[in-house]
Design a protein around this ligand. Structure first.
Ligand SMILES: [Zn+2]
Length: 118
């Protein structure tokens, strides 16, 4: 995958991540539980160190998405982005455009949905 394309995916991933963070930051501040330690700064590169309130406020699905986004962003850093984590083949471009944090190619996604692989 060329650098320009990677950059685009990185941008899409970062944006989605910021959206998720933003949505929950609003929720937290409305409920008066916001951690005022600045841990939710979207510019903060320490992506795994969310504060606890934030992490627990996320729905399971969003938590999972956050994990996958972080994983995908790491993949961009170390050059494995776009490879299926199960079979190692390139994930279909269309699939990545729809879901940039996809871990599996379509075939393996199907296996995963049927509970045959992780
Ligand atoms: Zn695969």
């Amino acid at each position: 995958m060329d650098k320009k394309t990677l950059k685009q995916f990185e941008k899409a991933l970062t944006l989605r991540r910021t959206e998720l963070q933003g949505a929950y930051r609003d929720k937290l501040s409305r409920s008066g539980d916001a951690g005022a330690d600045g841990a939710l700064d979207p510019a903060d590169e320490a992506s795994v160190n969310y504060n606890k309130e934030f992490w627990y406020a996320l729905s399971d699905a969003d938590r999972q998405t956050m994990r996958l986004i972080d994983e995908a962003l790491r993949g961009i850093q170390n050059g494995t982005f776009g490879e299926c984590s199960h079979c190692g083949k390139p994930i279909q471009r269309k699939r990545l455009e729809a879901v940039p944090w996809a871990r599996h190619c379509l075939e393996c996604q199907d296996l995963q949905e049927r509970g045959l692989i992780e």
